[in-house]
Design a binder for this molecule. Structure first.
Ligand code: GLV
Ligand code: MN
Length: 196
């Protein structure tokens, strides 16, 4: 979890520029309102019209500044049939997932390279230990919808495919060709899918 808070609340002042802290500085208490502790962003279905046919809507400190210093956050994950929330990891949080609609294959890979997975039905949960690569794949014939929760106000996300093949600037082709033991043409072909 994130560091313990030293006061009741510390609504993030996302625009503050004068001080640098680990997290965000607090809004003056006199400016804090009930709206700072309310977030409606997860009530809307995400747009899954993209190459992965999935969408993650984040309720973290950046979208919901009232979470600042509280050590928790949540996402809404929508996955169309056949869609994939691609393999990724969260450097700062363990993830709990609860499936609300549809069917999802969820899994993670441990540091000893063991793959742990389950097909979730509505109401069922899975936990992904901090920092490990995981994914969700819609194996049903309907839209799937899950809520994920994190023990961090800003878990961070490293998406394996876009990190390696879509970084700015790009990782040299020969590094990726060597790493994946393929021809550079294969690297170029994969990179073309993730160009920014
Ligand atoms: C799902 O893995 C998520 O990060 O919300
Ligand atoms: Mn995740």
């Amino acid at each position: 979890a994130d560091p313990d808070s030293l006061q009741d609340l510390c609504v993030a002042d996302l625009g503050a520029t004068s001080v640098v802290v680990n997290g965000f500085p607090c809004k003056p208490a006199s400016n804090v309102t009930s709206d700072d502790f309310f977030f409606a962003g997860l009530s809307m279905e995400g747009n899954t019209s993209n190459i992965f046919a999935s969408n993650v809507t984040a309720a973290n400190v950046l979208s919901f500044p009232g979470l600042n210093t509280l050590g928790v956050s949540m996402n809404r994950v929508d996955v169309a049939p056949g869609g994939l929330n691609p393999p990724h990891s969260h450097p700062r949080a363990t993830e709990l997932i609860i499936l609300l609609k549809g069917r999802l294959l969820v899994g993670f890979i441990s540091t000893s390279n063991q793959f742990f997975s389950k097909v979730l039905n509505p109401g069922e949960m899975f936990v992904v230990p901090k920092g490990l690569i995981h994914f969700q794949y819609n194996v049903g014939d309907k839209k799937a919808f899950a809520i994920t929760t994190f023990d961090s106000q800003l878990p961070g996300v490293v998406i394996a495919s876009t990190t390696l093949f879509g970084s700015t600037p790009a990782i040299p082709d020969d590094v990726l060709a060597k790493a994946f033991q393929v021809d550079q043409k294969v690297v170029t072909a994969i990179k073309s899918k993730f160009e920014r």
